[in-house]
Design a protein around this ligand. Structure first.
Ligand code: SAH
Length: 395
């Protein structure tokens, strides 16, 4: 394509894009032809000037986020086709036109061939989160694509990119509606009502990625005394109560999160639920409440956001899970998770094993857990697998 700046890779550095890995690291670049600013579209070439791929440029360790391995002109039509493909896939897996669930991830970055872009759908409102300035700049094209694809079903689009754009670019914008406004903010997930606060809440408002695991917890919760640790909006608590748990205790250190949990319990059960909210540190709560629970959900925030923090994070998972394993009643079940991308499933497994050894209890793995199908993982981008979980049985 004429006019698009060219990024030329150093010799031998073409292997990664040839295997469709969607990132070009800065160290792989030998030179850039043309004036390139953060957010610009660039074409990537081998040192023999053979075309490889097209993406958004941004200074930093990941210098190019690739959205096409064929020469393209990324105009409105291009983005529309990409988003339409993501929509058709969600329709094929039964998430669109579903009477029990109207909340799902429409675009999952690299997993949908759109690195740097997250779009979550909340019952008529699309919440956009750009993680790259290139995607942020293309937001008008994304907005018109969404309007065209959803038609009158789409009531609002909210842009929540300020935090995800980071310090270098986030200052250029404030979060807000790009179209319409929705004040109800209520969604349905597997028949459960959930209030979602995309304006003030964490991430895009709700942890959609735990949908299938919440359902699984529901399958084991009947008659159990359940602890929902790091509960945020109380999703796991709602499912456990719906399934007939004897009692549910929800723990989060954030008062705002606890308010969301309380609202969601109220929304689904009125004042009748056998549920107690605790604004507390999860580590302290586990220490103070040993031998109380039959089923525990341990779903902490990412302990490591960068590789440098990985060791500390692994130690954190070990300490947390040792408390859970030591404290659960005999015959109890623990659903434990990590959403740190830099702690892969093997490291997480290691941390849990070390935690079990420390307690000396008999622990069995009943199931390995992951992210749901609206968070697909490109086989060429294993980094996309960020949510890992284990279902444990403790004697
Ligand atoms: N399980 C939730 C998502 C959890 S997100 C769901 O299904 O939606 C992680 C939560 O942990 C956040 O709400 C955050 O406020 C809380 N948190 C962070 N550190 C904590 C700590 N030390 N003790 C208790 N909660 C904590």
């Amino acid at each position: 394509m004429s006019g698009i700046p060219k990024v030329i890779l150093a010799g031998g550095k073409d292997q990664s894009p040839r295997r469709f890995h969607p990132w070009i690291f800065s160290g792989a670049i030998s030179k850039i032809k043309g004036d390139v600013q953060d957010g610009d579209v660039v074409e990537v070439y081998t040192n023999k000037e053979e075309y490889l791929c097209t993406g958004h440029y941004q200074k930093g360790s990941i210098a190019v986020r690739i959205f096409s391995f064929q020469q393209v002109n990324p105009d409105e039509q291009f983005w529309k086709e990409k988003i339409e493909k993501a929509y058709n896939y969600r329709e094929a897996i039964g998430l669109i036109g579903n009477n029990n669930t109207n909340v799902y991830r429409l675009v999952f970055g690299e997993g949908d061939g759109m690195p740097g872009l997250i779009i979550d759908y909340y019952n008529g409102t699309a919440v956009i989160q750009a993680h790259s300035i290139g995607m942020h700049r293309d937001k008008d094209k994304i907005v018109s694509a969404l309007k065209e694809i959803y038609g009158s079903e789409l009531k609002a689009i909210y842009d929540k990119s300020k935090e995800s754009l980071g310090d270098r670019h986030g200052y250029i914008m404030t979060n807000g509606y790009l179209f319409g406004e929705d004040k109800t903010k209520e969604v349905l997930e597997n028949g459960n009502k959930i209030k979602v606060d995309w304006e003030e809440g964490q991430k895009t408002g709700f942890f959609i990625d735990q949908r299938e695991n919440r359902k699984l917890v529901g399958q084991y919760a009947a008659g159990k005394k359940v602890l929902d640790c790091f509960c945020y909006a109380g999703g796991f608590s709602v499912y456990a109560l719906k399934a007939g748990a004897a009692e549910v205790h929800s723990v989060d250190s954030s008062k705002t999160a606890m308010k969301l949990t309380d609202d969601n319990i109220q929304l689904n059960f009125g004042g009748e639920a056998k549920q107690t909210s605790h604004v507390a540190d999860a580590f302290d709560f586990l220490k103070d409440n040993q031998n109380q629970f039959d089923l525990m959900v341990i779903d902490p925030p990412a302990f490591a956001k960068h590789k440098d923090a990985r060791h500390q994070a692994v130690m954190g998972y070990k300490r947390l899970n040792a408390l859970a394993i030591a404290g659960i009643r005999p015959g109890g079940i623990i659903f434990t998770f990590s959403c740190s991308q830099v702690v892969d499933k093997y490291l997480f497994h290691g941390a849990i094993t070390a935690a079990a050894i420390e307690t000396g209890r008999t622990v069995r793995i009943l199931q390995y857990l992951s992210q749901p199908t609206d968070h697909p993982i490109s086989i060429y981008h294993p980094e996309g697998e960020y949510l890992k979980g284990m279902m444990l049985h403790v004697e």
